[in-house]
Design a protein around this ligand. Structure first.
Ligand SMILES: [Zn+2]
Length: 392
């Protein structure tokens, strides 16, 4: 993860949104493929990275929970808030009560902000619907956003996010397995099937049932694993061939070992622990040292991590996880691409890859994470086009 191939004095040639040449600036400019219609973008020696990828988000939602944030600061527990209908259930009510057009509008604004953050591909999960109708609606909104906005949106079915208010867990589990998964697959609305495997939510056995059913229908598994307790969910992720296990704050040594020997990426979400004021953190350093492929993402959602600032998450990766700036960059580019099944065409500045690149107003990669909280994006390039640029 530390070998990022950083080079100076390079230029990138792009044709039809695809990278066709990466070489010394002089060679690219002298190249016979340059024509009078060629546009040249001089970035003035600034740092250029692959477009950042946010591989774990819940960015399609309505309403917000700033009042719960204050209550938590004052010492009210998450369980108390949940018991009176707050938390995820409240966002489910707000989201299902909002029109598709308004959700698309909110989604579009958030994707605009992602461009500002230097992000060119975002994963999004359903899970604020918790019924056939509303899970399908969320995924259709994600599909629409993918079509109308430059940022690529990759969809994950997370019907198993919570248990809806008026159903028993057994009833809902049957609905997810017998109806929602087959319908989502039939309509081709998601690439992945995810589950919130945690005490009091979905058990290991239930999660395995859901993920295997998804697999049967061509939905690749992902799993919210070992976030609050060690349940063995990371090991389940490896067992079912998940593309990623996410959170992993309480992963055990056996889980780390199995991840290291697998193709499964660990998507770590330090913003979540920061925002919830938790001292626990994933053993990222040990995971990387043992050979686990680690990605970092925001987990952007209105309850446990209300930020889209992946550049801030990168600094958290350095400070809280002792990851080097180079490792952090790998974690939000090529490893993030692996975590959403897109490593074949993005996450690297390489011939044949999508021309998704972020130009930062720094000369040294370390400045990107060192000067934290600031937004360093200078231009965001998607499919070869400048889609966002700093105006001052
Ligand atoms: Zn999540």
């Amino acid at each position: 993860m530390s070998l990022i191939g950083l080079m100076r004095g390079q230029a990138v040639a792009i044709h039809n949104g695809i990278i066709v040449q990466v070489a010394d600036e002089k060679d690219v400019l002298d190249d016979h493929r340059l024509q009078s219609t060629t546009q040249i973008l001089d970035v003035g020696g600034r740092l250029v990275t692959p477009g950042l990828i946010d591989a774990h988000t819940h960015f399609i939602f309505a309403g917000q929970r700033a009042d719960e944030f204050e209550e938590k600061i004052r010492g009210v527990s998450y369980l108390e808030i949940a018991a009176r209908g707050g938390g995820i259930k409240r966002t489910v009510r707000d989201t299902t009560a909002t029109s598709a057009n308004d959700l698309i509008k909110l989604g579009r604004q958030r994707l605009d902000r992602y461009l500002e953050m230097g992000v060119t591909t975002v994963e999004v999960k359903s899970g604020y619907g918790l019924s056939l109708e509303h899970e399908l609606r969320m995924l259709k909104i994600a599909q629409t956003l993918n079509e109308i906005h430059p940022v690529d949106v990759v969809s994950t079915l997370l019907a198993a996010h919570e248990i809806p208010e008026k159903m028993s867990k057994e009833e809902y589990l049957r609905l997810v397995v017998d109806t929602i998964i087959p319908r989502v697959a039939e309509l081709n609305l998601a690439d992945f099937c995810d589950v919130f495997c945690e005490r009091g939510v979905f058990s290991i056995e239930e999660s395995e049932l859901i993920l295997n059913k998804g697999l049967e229908y061509g939905l690749v598994p992902k799993i919210h694993a070992d976030q609050i307790h060690n349940t063995g969910a990371s090991r389940l992720g490896v067992k079912v061939g998940a593309v990623s296990v996410d959170h992993a704050d309480h992963i055990d040594q056996a889980g780390i070992q199995q991840l290291a020997e697998s193709n499964t990426v660990a998507v770590l979400l330090p913003g979540c622990n920061f925002f919830m004021g938790l001292d626990s953190r994933a053993p990222a350093r040990s995971m990387i040292d043992q050979g686990v492929a680690v990605a970092l993402a925001t987990d952007f959602n209105p309850g446990s991590c209300m930020t889209q600032n992946i550049q801030l998450i990168m600094t958290m990766g350095c400070v809280q996880f002792r990851m080097t700036p180079a490792e952090v960059l790998t974690a939000v580019t090529t490893n993030a691409a692996h975590a959403i099944g897109r490593a074949h065409d993005r996450g690297r500045i390489q011939c044949g890859f999508q021309a998704d690149m972020t130009v930062f107003d720094v000369n040294d990669i370390r400045e990107l994470v060192y000067h934290f909280g600031a937004l360093h994006t200078w231009k965001t390039i998607k499919h070869g086009l400048v889609c966002w640029e700093r105006t001052q």
